[in-house]
Design a protein around this ligand. Structure first.
Ligand code: SAM
Length: 218
């Protein structure tokens, strides 16, 4: 049985991580507060737990990673989550990013392509008592059955902006997605002003694992 302990040592390391994220330019107090609240080491394999408060991505199995804390903070800040927002996350992975969205008051829908990760994370979030809607499948085309969403977050690197994701956004909704080649991506924030008008903003380069599936890398 996995023991979930959040000691003073963990809390201290988390505080230091939050200070580092602030230094690196993260400004949103609500995002920093959520990161300070959530024990990242709960989402780690026991062999790697001592690394949980480094600002780095780490393996979570199936060739996938839990994103770097800076990346989680940056993407979450771009989304500007408001309590009650209906949010779709593509790439559940460990469940860490989804839990940050949940702590910010979002209703989270999240979809994962790797069955083992989906099953493990669903079990684990159930044990933590975190309520979100988890799905198994290809999220590169979104999750039409539960659309429209206020916000959509893609946590894997995409070759293009899938049209279906823009379609599944409400008017006024925001899509945050890293787009580029398999190694390096620009972070895009797309705001849907109307069915015809989308405002596009580009941010720094990031390196994500690839978005697989129909509208991803095949
Ligand atoms: N958000 C995750 C977390 O907090 O641990 C980290 C995500 S990891 C960087 C990217 C995830 O996207 C992987 O778990 C991968 O299996 C998943 N993924 C890749 N292509 C996908 C697709 N088409 N649909 C759903 N998930 C996908």
């Amino acid at each position: 049985m996995l023991k979930l302990e959040d000691t003073y040592l963990h809390k201290g390391k988390r505080k230091a991580l939050v200070a580092l994220l602030r230094e690196k330019g993260i400004k949103s107090e609500s995002v920093l507060n959520a990161i300070n609240q959530l024990p990242r080491h709960f989402f780690f394999d026991s062999a790697l737990i001592s690394h949980a408060y480094e600002d780095k991505a780490f393996p979570i199995g199936e060739g996938q990673t839990i994103s770097q804390p800076y990346t989680v903070a940056f993407q979450t800040e771009l989304l500007n989550i408001k309590p009650g927002d209906k949010v779709l996350e593509i790439g559940t992975g460990s469940g860490y990013q989804g839990t940050i969205l949940h702590l910010l008051g979002a209703e989270v829908f999240t979809i994962e392509y790797q069955k083992k990760l989906y099953e493990g994370t669903k079990r684990f979030l159930g044990r933590l008592g975190i309520e979100m809607h988890l799905f198994y499948g290809d999220g590169s085309e979104g999750l039409a059955a539960h659309a429209p969403y206020d916000k959509i977050l893609v946590t894997a690197g995409a070759p293009i902006v899938p049209n279906s994701l823009l379609k599944q956004l409400k008017i006024g909704g925001v899509l945050v997605i890293p787009v580029g080649d398999r190694k390096r991506q620009m972070m895009l924030r797309l705001t849907k002003k109307s069915e015809k008008q989308v405002i596009r903003e580009e941010f720094d380069g990031f390196a994500f694992v690839p978005l697989l599936g129909k509208d991803g890398w095949r």
